[in-house]
Design a protein around this ligand. Structure first.
Ligand code: GLN
Length: 420
C-alpha cells in the first residue's frame, strides 16, 4: 500500500515497489525505543516508517512515511563537516578534529591526548568542534551559514523544530561539557556556549527521508545536488566527507556496518539515516525507535536488506568489465587509407578507467616494432577518467617516433574525450 501511494507515476513504481518491499520487511521489527534523553523526542510516533532513494540523475523514489518531518540530529554532522571543509580546507579543519574512528558511543568524552582534538567529526565532541569552525561570530550567524548549507544539500529551505531545540538546550549539559573540554584543549574555535547553541539548532533542523536521500545523493554525485543542479561542495570535499562516514558514521557499530551493509552512512537519534552509493544514489530512512547505539532499528534493517538483496555493498565484486579494446586492424586491413604498412589501429570503447588504460597499453605495446605505429582511436569511447587520460598522453609523448618520423603511439580523438 505504502509503495503504491508514494509512487508519483507508474513509471516510478518499480523502484518504489522495491523500497516498499524492504519497508514491509522491516515493519515487524518493533524492538528498540524512541530517544528520551532529549525530552521532546519522546513525543515522536514510534510507528512512523519511511524510505526514499534519490539517484545522482535527480529521480526520487519513495515509500511509506517518506515525507514525514523529524529532526536531523546527528545526520547533520557529515554535512556540516563538509561545509567546514569547503570553507577552510582539510588541513585547517583537521588541526581541530581528527579522522580516526573512535569505536565509542556518540556522546563519548573523546579528545586525543597529544593534540586535544576529538577523534572524528561524527561523534558529538568532534561535531561541536566542527560547528565552532563555521564562520560567523555568534551562534545565530554560525547557524545561518549552517542552515543555508544544509538547505542547499536538501534543495529546499529547512526549518528548525523550536520545541526540540529548546528541549536539548535545556538538557544538553553533557554536550556543553564536551565543548568546555575542547575549548580548554585549544581546539574549539568559539566559546562552548556559542558552539553548542549553534550545534543544538543544527540538530533540531527538520528533514524528511526524501530530504536525506537528496542530501546523500549530493555527496554521491561529487557535491552537486542532483535535483537543483547546484554545486554545494567540491568533489574533494564530497569524497573526504564520504570517507569519514564510511569509517565513523555509525558510531561504535561502524565496522560491523561496513561489512554487512557496505554503504557510507550517518545516523541520528531523531530516527533518520542517510546512506549513499558513490556515483549512484543516496538513501534516506526514517523510523524513530533506536538500538542501544543510537541507530534506528528499522532504518538499519531496511538498509541491510536493501544492500543484501540488491548487491549494493560498495565493495561488491563486479564481474570483469567489457574489454576496452574493440576492433584491432593491422596494415590498412580496415580499408583505412591512413594506415600505412603494417601499422595498427585499435578502436577503444566504453569508459576508460586507470585499469582499462593499463589493459590497453599492456595488450597493444608489445605490437610496437621499430617501424610500426599504433593509433588509439577514441571515437567510440564514452568517457576517459583523468588518471587514464594521463597515461595515454604519457604513452604518446614518451614512446617517440618510428625511424621514418611517425609518432609510435598516436591518439585519434575526434570528440575530444581525452581533455586537455
Ligand atoms: N543532538 C544530539 C546530541 O547531541 C545528536 C546525537 C545523535 O543524533 N546521535 O546528543
Amino acid at each position: 500500500m505504502a509503495a503504491a501511494e508514494s509512487a508519483p507515476s507508474p513509471l516510478n513504481s518499480a523502484l518504489a515497489a522495491v523500497l516498499g518491499s524492504v519497508l514491509e520487511h522491516a515493519r515487524p521489527k518493533t524492538s528498540g525505543a524512541v530517544a528520551t534523553y532529549i525530552p521532546e523526542l519522546a513525543n515522536e510516533d514510534p510507528e512512523q516508517l519511511g524510505i526514499a532513494l534519490a539517484s545522482v540523475r535527480g529521480t526520487v523514489h519513495q515509500a511509506g512515511d517518506s515525507d514525514a518531518e523529524f529532526t536531523i540530529q546527528s545526520v547533520s554532522k557529515p554535512f556540516v563537516f563538509a561545509l567546514a571543509l569547503e570553507q577552510s580546507g582539510l588541513a585547517a579543519v583537521t588541526r581541530h578534529v581528527g579522522l580516526e574512528p573512535s569505536g565509542e558511543p556518540f556522546n563519548a568524552i573523546s579528545l586525543e591526548e597529544a593534540t586535544g582534538r576529538p577523534l572524528n567529526p561524527m561523534i558529538n565532541a568532534g561535531a561541536i568542534v566542527t560547528t565552532s569552525l563555521i564562520r560567523g561570530d555568534g551562534a545565530d550567524e554560525k547557524f545561518a551559514v549552517i542552515d543555508a548549507g544544509l538547505s542547499a544539500f536538501a534543495g529546499r529551505t529547512l526549518d528548525v523544530d523550536e520545541a526540540v531545540f529548546a528541549s536539548e538546550a535545556d538538557t544538553g549539559d553533557r554536550n556543553r561539557a564536551l565543548g568546555y573540554l575542547a575549548r580548554a584543549a585549544g581546539t574549539l574555535a568559539s566559546t562552548s556556549e556559542v558552539a553548542t547553541t549553534a550545534y543544538f539548532r543544527q540538530c533540531a533542523v527538520t528533514v524528511t527521508a526524501r530530504d536525506l536521500a537528496i542530501m546523500a545523493a549530493t555527496l554521491a554525485g561529487g557535491g552537486v545536488n542532483p535535483v537543483t543542479r547546484e554545486r554545494v561542495v567540491s568533489e574533494d570535499v564530497a569524497r573526504w566527507t564520504t570517507a569519514v562516514m564510511t569509517s565513523s558514521g555509525m558510531y561504535d557499530a561502524s565496522g560491523e556496518w561496513l561489512v554487512r551493509v557496505g554503504l557510507p552512512a550517518k545516523s541520528g537519534v531523531g530516527g533518520g539515516i542517510a546512506a549513499l552509493q558513490p556515483e549512484e544514489f543516496g538513501i534516506g530512512t526514517f523510523s524513530p525507535r533506536l538500538d542501544g547505539r543510537g541507530n534506528s532499528v528499522r532504518g538499519v534493517a531496511m538498509l541491510e536488506e536493501l544492500s543484501e538483496r540488491h548487491g549494493l555493498h560498495m565493495l561488491e565484486h563486479r564481474d570483469a568489465p567489457l574489454s576496452p579494446i574493440g576492433e584491432i586492424s593491422v596494415g590498412g586491413a580496415g580499408a583505412d587509407s591512413e594506415v600505412a604498412g603494417d601499422d595498427v589501429v585499435a578502436m577503444l570503447r566504453g569508459d576508460l578507467t586507470f585499469g582499462n588504460a593499463e589493459e590497453v597499453l599492456t595488450r597493444l605495446l608489445p605490437l610496437l616494432e621499430s617501424e610500426r605505429s599504433i593509433t588509439l582511436d577514441f571515437g567510440s569511447v564514452t568517457r576517459v577518467g583523468e588518471p587514464a587520460a594521463r597515461i595515454f598522453r604519457w604513452a604518446a609523448e614518451a614512446l617517440g617516433e618510428t625511424a621514418d618520423g611517425r609518432a609510435r603511439v598516436e591518439l585519434r580523438d575526434p570528440d575530444g574525450v581525452l581533455g586537455a
